[in-house]
Design a protein around this ligand. Structure first.
Ligand SMILES: [Zn+2]
Length: 405
């Protein structure tokens, strides 16, 4: 790494690993080392150890996570090496030496975040200015008025307005291009679109999702999402996590798209989140694990939604996150369901999804002696009967696999 070795040594000396980790998970002393329940996988008995002395490090015998204090911060903050170093430097009042490649990367990230913040402000002001009736009209027609402030929605006007505004503020064209705000010809990429800022758990505007106001956009793209930049990686971000993490619910509701998330939040389900233009990733599961152990999956009630749900459930389960499925009626997405039936009916769906199948299967199995071959055959028949009666193909597939053993 391009940070000078002496600097890294000083950084580690001033950021004792026990102190740092203890601010994330409470450590218990065990002889000359420390232990805790692992912050990176789900466990009830501690297998996460912190070793002190000359070679300070941590290791989890459960999931294999391990490394020094910088690695720990990278994992815990879901961030890259330079940013973790910077965070620790700030914590210890150290100045990061200004002579390495990493410094450049972290400067770039900071500059991109600054550009995003200014752009988000600009977009928002344009939308609330009333100067663009087509944008305000769209917000009204989609019943998004209450979301404008809560989600910082905005509008990107036509005619290089953002480019001109940002260059007046001192941003260079190259910086705006690298931030995925303008293209190589310096035109605003999100022109004529409604803007949904993507804000990370620390409150940074990391990127944008921009929706066309037309039913059939001329370029065929309903949404344009920020490409990967110095500040954004769509595999590692979740829409509305910044709000959902503060919810009183002990679970997240995971949806497919931001309009679903917004509809749920506006109806009081403030723990809804969504992945952004990607199928659900392991990185997103790790991110969720930092805040909750439980997810209710609420994908669209159609074939496409169901086929996306199954891999998402596997990834969540593998990350040690308890997962249930909210079954929407055929052809409904969460937004449409709430518009049509209201929030009380959605609340009912949440109630029905939780543990229903496990509960019923557990009950049914009580009557069978699974230690005998005959008993197992009879139990399997009963299971097949219950599972095949489920109206949800996703549930059927999950439970068939789960109870096949
Ligand atoms: Zn672990």
């Amino acid at each position: 790494m391009a940070f000078p070795a002496e600097f890294l040594e000083e950084l580690k000396k001033r950021n004792g690993i026990v102190d740092v980790i203890n601010s994330y998970v409470p450590l218990k002393r065990a002889g000359n080392l420390y232990k805790a329940c692992c912050p990176f996988h789900n466990e009830k008995t501690p297998s996460f150890y912190v070793y002190t002395g000359n070679d300070e490090h941590f290791y989890c015998y459960g999931c294999g996570a391990g490394g020094d204090v910088i690695t720990f911060v990278m994992k815990a903050e879901n961030t890259d090496y330079p940013s973790a170093v910077e965070l620790l430097a700030r914590r210890a009042n150290l100045t990061v030496p200004n002579d390495g490649y990493n410094r450049e990367a972290s400067d770039k990230r900071k500059r991109t975040l600054d550009a995003n913040r200014e752009a988000a402000r600009f977009f928002h002001n344009q939308l609330v200015s009333g100067n663009y009736p087509e944008a305000s009209g769209y917000i009204k027609s989609r019943r998004l008025e209450a979301a404008v402030n809560r989600f910082g929605l905005g509008f990107c006007p036509p005619g290089k307005k953002l480019f001109n505004y940002m260059t007046d503020l001192g941003f260079k064209p190259k910086e705006l291009q690298d931030a995925f705000l303008c293209n190589r010809g310096n035109y605003d990429i999100f022109e004529n679109r409604i803007i949904f800022p993507v804000i990370d758990a620390s409150g940074n505007v990391v990127g944008f999702s921009a929706r066309s106001m037309e039913k059939k956009p001329a370029d065929g793209r309903k949404y344009i999402n920020t490409n990967d930049t110095a500040a954004f990686n769509k595999r590692r971000n979740l829409f509305a996590l910044n709000l959902a993490k503060n919810s009183k619910s002990d679970y997240f509701i995971l949806c497919e798209g931001q309009t679903d998330v917004i509809a749920l939040h506006l109806s009081g389900f403030d723990s809804a989140i969504a992945s952004l233009g990607t199928s659900f990733t392991e990185e997103q599961a790790q991110l969720i694990r930092r805040f909750r152990n439980k997810v209710l999956l609420c994908y669209d009630g159609d074939e496409a939604g169901r086929s996306k749900a199954v891999p998402a459930i596997k990834i969540l389960n593998d990350a040690g996150i308890e997962t249930k499925v909210i079954t929407l009626p055929d052809g409904f997405d969460p937004d449409e369901f709430i518009q049509k039936y209201g929030k009380d009916r959605f609340e009912l769906l949440i109630g029905q999804s939780i543990g229903q199948m496990d509960y019923r299967i557990g009950k049914a199995l009580e009557g069978f002696d699974v230690s005998s071959a005959d008993g197992r055959v009879a139990a399997a028949d009963k299971l097949a009967e219950i599972i095949s009666a489920s109206p949800s193909p996703v549930e059927r597939e999950i439970y068939t696999e789960k109870y096949a053993k």
